[in-house]
Write a protein that binds this ligand. Structure first.
Ligand code: DX5
Ligand code: ZN
Length: 228
């Protein structure tokens, strides 16, 4: 499948943004072309960190124009999903490891009017993906173990990205392939060549001395190296 340019996106993760001036920090990267922000929701149970809830999105919405991509790292997605059915939330992604009733949960997200995503930790095989491919709009391949920004990209996950592309072809589906963890100016080209389309970047954007310039550089590298 040829990847069309409008599917290729860098999604800055606000986990790494300065929380004392979040609105301002987001506006800076919007000027560089960003329109979709990644929101990491961690419950201190499924992952060893506790982060943010829907109030952060509500506070940010008037201060920016972007849509939101919500990454739920929580043990109880059924309860949490409705909290994020909010204006300008484009997509909600759950973890395969947290949910015994995947079809039900993905349908819940879609019935709430959002794109439905499924995420796989680095150690989780993709076995169930063909079984739920009908319900899935986004597949998120974790390239670090979730919990913290600034970790190192796990290299063997490149084969898993390619396997996701192959499963998509075999199933005849069109879901978006996302990658999250350790995306930076060294890894972005490789991930793009493997076939990923939406690349989450926290530290590489907000940890840079010039976040807008860092966003622009990653976006260029993604577009130059995308699989065709
Ligand atoms: C990790 C989160 C990521 C994180 C990525 O648990 O899901 O979205 O913000 O951060 P970087 O890009 O710094 O690896
Ligand atoms: Zn994330």
């Amino acid at each position: 499948m040829n990847v069309s340019a409008d599917r290729l996106k860098i999604l800055p993760s606000i986990l790494s943004a300065p929380f004392d001036r979040l609105g301002e920090a987001v506006c800076e990267i919007e000027k560089a072309g960003c329109g979709l922000l990644h929101v990491d929701v961690m419950d201190g149970h499924f992952v060893p960190n506790l982060t943010m809830g829907p109030l952060v999105i509500d506070s940010l919405r008037p201060a920016c124009k972007s849509e939101f991509d919500v990454h739920l790292m929580v043990s109880n997605p059924a309860q949490v999903i409705p909290w994020f059915e909010r204006e300008r939330v484009r997509s909600i992604t759950i973890h395969a490891e947290t949910e015994p009733h995947l079809h039900v949960r993905l349908r819940q997200i879609k019935e709430g009017g959002r794109l439905a995503g499924i995420s796989f930790n680095p150690g989780t095989p993709l076995d169930c993906l063909p079984l739920v491919a009908d319900q899935v709009d986004i597949v998120l391949i974790m390239t670090v173990n979730p919990g913290f920004g600034g970790q190192t990209f796990i290299e063997p996950m490149r084969a898993k990205i390619r396997e996701t592309v192959a499963i998509r072809e075999r199933c005849g589906k069109d879901f978006i392939i996302q990658v999250d963890g350790g995306v930076n100016d060294k890894t972005v080209a490789l991930i793009a060549q493997d076939g990923a389309e939406e690349l989450v970047a926290g530290n590489a954007v907000f940890g840079a001395s010039d976040p807008a310039e860092a966003y622009r550089k990653l976006d260029d590298l993604l577009k130059q190296n995308a699989k065709s």
